[in-house]
Write a protein that binds this ligand. Sequence first.
Ligand SMILES: Nc1ncnc2c1ncn2[C@@H]1O[C@H](COP(=O)(O)OP(=O)(O)OP(=O)(O)O)[C@@H](O)[C@H]1O
Ligand SMILES: [Mg+2]
Length: 364
Amino acid sequence: MSATEETPPIPETPPGAAREVVLRTEGLTKRYGVRTAVNNLALEVRRGDVFGLLGPNGSGKTTTLRMLLGLVWPLAGSISLFGENMASTASRRAALKRIGAIVEQPSFYPFLTGPENLHGIATFAGMPDNATTRARVSAVLEQVGLAERDKDSYRKYSLGMKQRLGIAAALLNSPDMMILDEPTNGLDPAGMVEVRALIGQLATSGVTVMLASHLLHEVQQVCTRVAILKEGNLLAQGAVSDLLATSSGVVIGFADAEQLPRAAGALLQARDAGAVWLRDVRYVLPEPGAWTPPGGWLLRVDASGDHSGEINALLAGQGIYAAELRRSEGNLEQYFLALTGATNGMTAPASAAAAPAMPQGGQA
Ligand SMILES: Nc1ncnc2c1ncn2[C@@H]1O[C@H](COP(=O)(O)OP(=O)(O)OP(=O)(O)O)[C@@H](O)[C@H]1O
Ligand SMILES: [Mg+2]
């Protein structure tokens, strides 16, 4: 048998392309008094996604999750969960049976053990007080890595363990989708790693996960898709890998600060002359600990794909030589800053004032 014959067949549709839509919102809006907490939100979550709702404090993440769970009522718009229209009570009840959620802090009895707490929650939720329920409790404790601590009372748990017990409780009814609000809030780095790993395992086991977080880094690490909110408005939605690809670029430093505006001008001219891969040129400050050029500023070229060679050649053609030129992988922070209008990478107003004037190459 030849190597080609052993190659597995290529699926007709790319993975994920035809995955069932688990959640869809349209025009979802919530106001508190005159304040619009969520505005005209259209979300789409598909089966198998680890979907991150990302945004700064007060951007409407929790309000959105609460609307999905029927805890607050939208002013306008629609929610479809597992194909059920959440406006109808019967449909809502059916859909919510398939959801596990931690949106409010779960409360546990401090002097009861993990299994005792979970058994109490299970029976309170209508599961029978029998061996099957006890087996389910053991299974979810195993799933979140707490099986070995089943003799310890809750008060002896670390914060990370408490959070994992919350997730275990939400898993009791074998949900198809898990909704988590700031799942790593307040955890130390080790606790964050534990919870992130658990979220990854949930996704692998077939549970769709939707989480809200204001931590760009965290969302980048754990989520496959993301929606970015600001002041209740959706700024962007898509696969994390796509957003990262669009925020990749090249960072250039010059030994002579005067080269900076010249280089920026030359690059902007090239863009206007048809270099479509070159999306933008911005002044940025070096990362802490990195080499700082004279004048303090670096040039960042937002470009899709690796164009460092072309950029180098283009500048050299104008007699401009970079002291440092390196590829910068995309990250959600870059993407978010570009998106929210933090232009020219000027995050610190005091140092921004010292930045050289950005030329308006060819835009007149
Ligand atoms: N019950 C409420 N009554 C009045 N205003 C509210 C209420 N809940 C939320 N808001 C307001 O709605 C906006 C969105 O709040 P929300 O809690 O959804 O933001 P968030 O993105 O979850 O923020 P955080 O990252 O701080 O958790 C805020 O301006 C908030 O003050
Ligand atoms: Mg919140």
